[in-house]
Design a protein around this ligand. Structure first.
Ligand code: SF4
Length: 451
């Protein structure tokens, strides 16, 4: 078996290289100064790669300016162009970005001639030494694939494999892959299926791991830790992004907490501590066990310490819950109150999809396409709907990708620009182009009428 490893600037990606933490700007890419400033903040926070929304040729030009400004200021961090729908944009971005992410579900929708456009794109990537990511999301599977395999992890795997075969035919290996979903079961199954297929084929490409539309705060971190952790535990994954509906700077410490847990030996130690108990289907851990191998890490605040703790606990027990190896856990000697730990347990059990206590939120992290104050709106939606146990509610930043990406949400709040929002019931837009100030009430009314 051959593990593909390649360089993006000075970074090594794939093979046995360390797992890299990356993130994405949520600035408008046309706003060069704001994007440069955010990139610098993200680099200082520890981002090893930064992705920027690149929806058109104007954004490719801006990306060039952003890159040059960063270089002139001494910042050489690889920049990734995030391209959807338009293969001409991907082709243009290949000469500017260090890596281009394409979404196979919607690549070449302008030209319809996906294979030829892809060949042109790869030719440009070869010419400029640009890497690519085939970044498929559960919500954006093409019609042909879903007709053949349903809307399943298998369909996701098959879709990515088709594009990897095209890369092989074109003799191009600077390829990473991702196969994300917001549901941790779907996401982990899809990655595992793809990894098994790559092993069978004898070539393992670097995998970019992430739980998409994970939301924010504790639940976003817990979902991401469980989904990413279950794969890293099995040696799957070369780079990770913890997508949060928050300032992207917050994604970096969350990603670093996950990586540190595996690198400092805690993952192995916890497994050796609890494995013999697994048949009892309930594990008992002490708070200290979570930090048994951790060299003193300087947390800047109590919030950061808490975030690290919930990620460690999710990695230790949430992954076992997701794998259905245990049904319960007990945590002893923790500095937190029983009430706080009870809520945390509910969130971990729900993220592992074992028990449902709260609504299921699907919220995108936002990007250069975001049309409104996503984080603030998402928090308002959460506040007003917290009692709706089991209801799946999506809050998405744009009308271009939002409706497709909100997957199997029961209701959706999708920003469409110009202060307007569209409210969905399933895939059906029920209230179109409503003013933002009325949108939350209409969402609540729609849910009330149907539940
Ligand atoms: S759904 Fe959200 S993250 Fe995805 S493209 Fe739209 S605004 Fe960006």
């Amino acid at each position: 078996m051959r593990k593909i490893e390649f360089k993006i600037k000075d970074l090594r990606l794939g093979g046995d290289s360390p797992v890299l933490v990356q993130t994405m700007c949520n600035t408008n890419t046309l706003d060069v100064d704001a994007s440069v400033a955010q990139c610098i903040r993200l680099i200082k926070a520890g981002a090893k790669m930064i992705r920027l929304t690149t929806q058109g040729l104007k954004e490719v030009e801006s990306l060039k300016e952003i890159k040059n400004k960063l270089l002139s200021l001494g910042y050489d961090t690889p920049l990734v162009a995030d391209v959807h729908f338009n293969s001409e944009v991907a082709i243009a971005a290949a000469s500017v970005a260090d890596k281009v992410r394409i979404n196979p579900g919607n690549f070449a929708q302008v030209h319809k001639d996906a294979q030829n456009q892809f060949a042109k794109f790869i030719q440009e990537c070869k010419k400029y030494g640009t890497a690519i990511r085939i970044g498929l999301n559960h919500g954006s599977l093409g019609e042909r694939i879903t007709t053949m395999y349903g809307n399943t992890p298998l369909a996701m795997k098959e879709a990515v494999c088709e594009w990897l075969s095209m890369c092989q035919e074109l003799d191009f290996e600077k390829v990473a892959v991702s196969i994300k979903a917001s549901n941790t079961v779907v996401m982990s199954q899809a990655y595992k299926l793809l990894y098994e297929q790559m092993i069978k084929n004898g070539i393992v490409y670097p995998m970019h791991l992430g739980v998409t539309e994970a939301g924010n705060s504790d639940t976003g971190r817990i979902k991401s830790a469980i989904g990413i952790g279950i794969l890293l535990k099995d040696g799957i994954g070369s780079t990770i992004r913890v997508s949060l509906t928050e300032d992207p700077e917050n994604e970096i410490p969350a990603g670093e907490s996950i990586v540190r847990y595996f690198e400092d030996g805690t993952a192995d130690n916890i497994l050796s501590l609890i494995s013999p108990q697994i048949p009892q289907r309930c594990v008992t851990l002490s708070y200290k066990d979570l930090y048994s191998c951790s060299s003193a890490h300087a947390f800047r605040s109590e919030q950061e310490r808490w975030n690290d703790f919930i990620i460690r606990l999710s990695l230790a027990v949430g992954t076992l819950l997701l794998e259905n190896k245990i049904d319960e856990y007990n945590l002893t000697d923790s500095p937190y109150s029983p009430a706080v730990l009870d809520t945390l347990k509910e969130n971990i059990l729900q993220a592992a999809r074992r028990k449902f206590y709260h609504p299921e939120y699907i919220a995108c992290p936002g990007c250069g396409r975001t049309q409104y104050n996503l984080e603030e709106t998402f928090n308002k939606v959460k506040e007003k709907t917290a009692h709706l146990k089991g209801v799946k509610i999506a809050v998405m930043g744009c009308i271009v990708n939002g409706p497709g990406e909100m997957a199997d949400a029961d209701y959706g709040y999708v920003g469409q620009g110009g202060g307007k929002v569209t409210i969905y019931k399933g895939k059906e837009p029920v209230y179109k182009s409503v003013p933002e100030q009325d949108a939350l009430d209409l969402l609540l009314r729609l849910i009330e009428e149907n539940h």
